[in-house]
Ligand binder design. Sequence first.
Ligand SMILES: [Zn+2]
Length: 203
Amino acid sequence: MKANCMICGKEFDKQGRRSHAITCGPECGKVHTRQYMSQYNRQKYAENPEKERARKREEDPKKRRERVRKWKQKNPEWVKEYRRKLRVANPEKFAIAAREWRKANHDKSLAASRKYQASHREKYMQYLRKYRAANSKRIQQKVREWRRANPEKWKQWSLMYNGNRRAAQRLGIPPIIFAAMKIKDYFSQTSESTSAEDENPGD
Ligand SMILES: [Zn+2]
């Protein structure tokens, strides 16, 4: 007897072991089973949601985690949307989580922000100007603290700064231009030998 597969519609033979078959073969059979089970589970859940929730709670947590993980892997779009909704609903919580992550992944976070700063140069400079204007007192305080904590480095830095200023005056250019030239020079040197930071000049 001939019949049409209820999944793909193809005609197939209902013979022997397959005399009660409703699909053309194992592939369509799998699809049908999945559809059927999904419908069955949904119906069961609708009939008694409290009981089904309790059953899920009692599920082996390890198995449950594994099941959820697999499902999330198959539905990345859903996960993205869900996370976005959560973030919008709990901005405070996410800010804390982001801070914690940055603390735990300092290198990664630094690399990510450097990358962002490099690709959004203008935006970053704007942000920096705003930040400096809004936090000038705090920045000054930090600088004072750093000077107290690193007297040697500070001494070197101020010697260098004053030297730069005098050299710039001699050359007749603004000190900041001279400093920028020196910084450029310094970085072109350190890109070849990275041990320059360990040296201790000026003693
Ligand atoms: Zn089929």
